[in-house]
Write a protein that binds this ligand. Structure first.
Ligand SMILES: NC(=O)C1=CN([C@@H]2O[C@H](COP(=O)(O)OP(=O)(O)OC[C@H]3O[C@@H](n4cnc5c(N)ncnc54)[C@H](O)[C@@H]3O)[C@@H](O)[C@H]2O)C=CC1
Ligand SMILES: O=C(O)[C@H]1O[C@H](OP(=O)(O)OP(=O)(O)OC[C@H]2O[C@@H](n3ccc(=O)[nH]c3=O)[C@H](O)[C@@H]2O)[C@H](O)[C@@H](O)[C@@H]1O
Length: 463
């Protein structure tokens, strides 16, 4: 099938590449000319396991191409996916300017029948706004506003479908290829049902053994996306608060996690205490959902608490460091392992490492930072965060190079390569012999045996 994807970011590029890999002919449209040029030269601008290989093979097979030409993109696809950003606006709501710009571009150019499938995370009711934006362009082109009238006159027809995306960064290709569910929100008109069938066909190869497609109305589909992210964020904040209490109580949150996870009503996933959730989605989606509620005169009290707990948790490592070394950190050097908001990505959006590093630098410390994939992006965003004042941060080539000359080690992101370090070498390298572990990677007794102080989250501290 012929498919066009608007937006070549984490979601759009993965969607385009995976759909091309499944045999579709895909054109990806992006307004960022530099990104399009890079992709057309065979490079992939983001770190996502497995992505480069399918981009390369699909391009070689002639099934995947990139362009800035929206009109060509609209002409190409029977299905047009919208996967552009929906960042927070100044009120905390999702900014729809990119989504609506794509909608207008579609309305300006399309002929025949198109299914417009929205993959961006958008507030409930956005499907209607996209329909209105496309219809307004059709009116300008002299076509009828009413779909039945357009059908009678043989004029261009379209439907807007909600198809929220649930992939996780760092596992995006795997998640897209083996989705837990595919949500399709369609209306009950003949065009809506025609669009639904087209989208179903596109996803058929991804649901071969067990149909995971769930069909619902557009508003419920839009809401499902926010509900899922808000629920996951809630679990994390809940566990972070219990972890902090576990430290006061002399209990071990890792044992508690396993204890409650074994209850199938609770399950094991997303119960890891840490440094607070980050990334491009949970923070903005929790905030946008609260905003939607406020617009309807409601307060989502639980989500207000989830946000507050998360903001506080981002300082959990800073607080432990202050408790150990005092408020003035002048003269101390901290090795920081892991900068991206989670492993297997170079994404620094809302990464907890940014809060930690700003705090340590503000208190006079020096930083030796290392991340397996996010070094370039970290340099860029930390320079922005610190107003260009990055002289106190050394970006080094390896985990052990970060430790050389450092007083203490701080682990912010749980990259696999950090899981089994040479503790004896760490003990020799760290001047003040301490590890602050925001991801509970080690057994306290093992770290203790190496002669190191150990400050994990919600577990026994070894000091
Ligand atoms: N990053 C993730 O893991 C997930 C993100 N989402 C949602 O998907 C949407 C996209 O997120 P990301 O891929 O992370 O964003 P991103 O910021 O990585 O990529 C967005 C892309 O859209 C392009 N763009 C902006 N306006 C455009 C236009 N008019 N035409 C064509 N391209 C345009 C930008 O240049 C950029 O390359 C957001 O709504 C997000 O909430 C949903 C699930 C997972
Ligand atoms: O809407 C989105 O963009 C996506 O948001 C999340 O995916 P992502 O942000 O890529 O990464 P997650 O693995 O969910 O991690 C988010 C944050 O929560 C933290 N986290 C996660 C799990 C956990 O148990 N504890 C915890 O602190 C991570 O460290 C990270 O900072 C969701 O998991 C995806 O289903 C969703 O599609």
């Amino acid at each position: 099938m012929k498919v066009t994807v608007f937006g070549s970011g984490y979601v759009g590029l993965v969607t385009g590449a995976c759909l091309a890999d499944a045999g579709n002919h895909v054109v990806c449209v992006d307004i960022d000319a530099a990104k399009v040029a890079l992709l057309n030269s065979g490079q992939v601008p983001i770190h996502e396991p497995g992505l480069e290989a399918i981009v390369a093979s699909s391009r070689a097979a002639g099934r995947l191409s990139f362009t800035t030409d929206a009109a060509a993109g609209v002409a190409h696809g029977e299905a047009l996916f919208i996967a552009v950003g929906t960042p927070p606006d100044e009120t905390g709501s999702a900014d729809l300017k990119y989504v609506l710009a794509v909608a207008r571009g579609i309305g300006e150019h399309f002929t025949g029948f198109k299914v417009v499938a929205d993959k961006s995370t958008v507030p409930v009711g956005t499907g209607d706004r996209v329909t209105e934006a496309i219809t307004a362009e059709l009116l300008k082109r002299g076509f009828a506003a009413d779909p039945a009238e357009r059908a009678r006159l043989g004029q261009p027809d379209f439907t807007v479908i909600s198809n929220p995306e649930f992939l996780k960064e760092g596992a995006a290709v795997a998640d897209f290829n083996r989705p837990d569910r595919i949500i399709i929100g369609a209306d009950s008109t003949p065009s809506g049902q025609r669009g639904l069938e087209l989208i179903r066909q596109i996803y058929a190869p991804f649901t071969l053994n067990h149909d995971r497609t769930m069909v619902m109305d557009v508003r419920s589909a839009e809401f499902t996306k926010y509900a899922a992210n808000a629920m996951l964020a809630t679990r994390i904040s809940f566990m972070n608060e219990l972890a902090n209490l576990a430290e006061d109580l002399g209990a071990d949150i890792e044992l508690v996690r396993r204890g409650i996870g074994s209850d199938p009503r609770i399950g094991y996933s997303f119960l890891y205490a840490g440094t607070g959730y980050g990334g491009s989605c949970f923070p903005k989606d929790v905030s946008a959902l609260r905003r939607t509620a406020a617009e309807h005169g409601r307060e989502l009290r639980i989500l207000a608490a989830v946000e507050a707990a998360n903001t506080a948790q981002k300082d959990v490592l800073g607080a432990k460091i202050r408790a150990r070394f005092g408020d003035d950190l002048t003269g101390l050097t901290f090795a920081v392992w892991g900068l991206s908001f989670k492993p297997n990505t170079d994404d620094m959006r809302d990464a907890p490492s940014r809060v930690l590093i700003a705090e340590l630098v503000r208190r006079g410390a020096l930083i030796r930072a290392y991340d397996p994939a996010a070094m370039a992006e970290a340099k860029r965003v930390l320079a922005l965060d610190l107003g260009g004042d990055v002289g106190r941060i050394a970006f080094v080539e390896s985990a052990m190079a970060a430790v050389a000359g450092a007083d203490a080690l701080v682990i912010v992101t749980e990259w696999k390569a950090f899981r089994n370090p040479d503790f004896a070498a760490l003990a020799r390298g760290l001047g003040r012999k301490a590890i602050f572990d925001g991801r509970n990677l080690y057994e306290p007794s093992v770290v203790e045996a190496a002669g190191l102080a150990y400050f994990p989250i919600g577990r026994r501290q070894v000091s």
